[in-house]
Design a protein around this ligand. Structure first.
Ligand code: 4NP
Length: 157
């Protein structure tokens, strides 16, 4: 059977979506799931860069290694390739739809967050914001993967 494919998307692909990719990859590895995960940015502003140092640090504190990821922008080749396209906030979702993606969810649709945006920690002054953001992403990604595991129809999660 084909693996399910998930794409996590934020603006820069250096703060939020790399954490989501890392947390999801960790679950996939530990449970040996047939799921492929990737992440991308709606901008190319940080193309080729590693995730921001605060994201690397908070992930490491939680035993998730995201240090080797590299930022990349979304591409037309991504359209139709992923079963689930998961944006971090409403602006990302709109940008993805404008770009041509369909069935775009927000990560805050999962984990009991009632569709809340994952706040953009790039503009937070310190590290504390990243701890909150990590917790939200971790909770929502765990719920998302649980739902994907139990869904037979990709359009229903
Ligand atoms: P991300 O955070 O979308 O979570 O990766 C940002 C990273 C960089 C910028 C904005 C948000 N920036 O304006 O460069």
């Amino acid at each position: 059977m084909e693996p399910k494919r998930i794409l996590f998307v934020c603006l820069g692909n250096i703060c939020r979506s790399p954490i989501a990719e890392g947390v999801a990859q960790d679950i996939v590895n530990s449970q040996a799931l047939s799921i492929e995960v990737d992440s991308a940015g709606t901008s190319n502003w940080h193309e080729g860069e590693h995730p921001c140092s605060h994201s690397v640090k908070i992930a490491k504190h939680n035993n998730v290694d995201i240090s080797k990821q590299r930022s990349r922008p979304i591409s037309k080749k991504d359209i139709g390739k992923f079963d689930y396209v998961i944006s971090m906030d409403e602006q990302n979702r709109q940008d993805l739809i404008d770009f041509g993606f369909e069935n775009v969810y927000k990560l805050g649709d999962f984990g009991g967050f009632n569709g809340k945006d994952v706040p953009d920690p790039y503009f937070f002054p310190g590290f504390e914001g990243f701890e909150k953001v990590f917790h939200m992403i971790d909770t929502a990604v765990k719920d998302l993967i649980q739902k994907i595991k139990h869904s037979t129809n990709t359009s229903e999660i």
